[in-house]
Design a protein around this ligand. Structure first.
Ligand code: FES
Length: 142
């Protein structure tokens, strides 16, 4: 079996929503403690719905593929749904990742959450800080 699924290769070679949103309503920047890679996620929000999003990453192929898939999964979705997006859901949507690359998918999940948090902060929207706890990589399979 190939190490990477066709979907991972597709999103790595043709990533969706790459770039920057100059008029973003929320920007999340996170770093992966395991490898030092960095991800920045931009979201545009209207009436509680993510109308557009883009990402930039200084990261590996799996980080690119998972971020690309994450943007596809949150575009057009309410903020509440974007907050529920787990790295496992992104990995499943990509038909899996090798175990040693699961930690890369965490970057995508955290970047989405950081962008939503930034939007809440900028707009004075109250939230439960528990929602934005840093992912505990101890539970990742790597
Ligand atoms: Fe750093 Fe994949 S090795 S995000």
């Amino acid at each position: 079996m190939a190490l990477y699924s066709d979907k991972v290769m597709d999103h790595f070679q043709n990533p969706r929503n790459v770039g920057k949103l100059d008029d973003a309503d929320g920007i999340g920047e996170v770093g992966n403690a395991k490898c030092g890679d960095i991800m920045r996620m931009y979201i545009k929000v209207k009436d509680g719905v993510i109308t557009d999003c883009k990402f930039n990453t200084f990261g590996c192929g799996s980080a690119i593929a998972t971020s690309s898939m994450a943007t596809e999964l949150i575009k057009g979705k309410p903020l509440s749904e974007a907050l529920e997006l787990s790295n496992q859901a992104v990995v499943e949507a990509l038909d899996g990742l090798p175990p040693q690359k699961i930690h890369c998918s965490v970057l995508a999940e955290e970047a989405v959450r950081a962008a939503v948090k930034d939007y809440y902060d900028k707009n004075g929207i109250a939230y439960d800080p528990e929602q934005f706890k840093i992912h505990d990589c101890e539970h990742c399979h790597d």
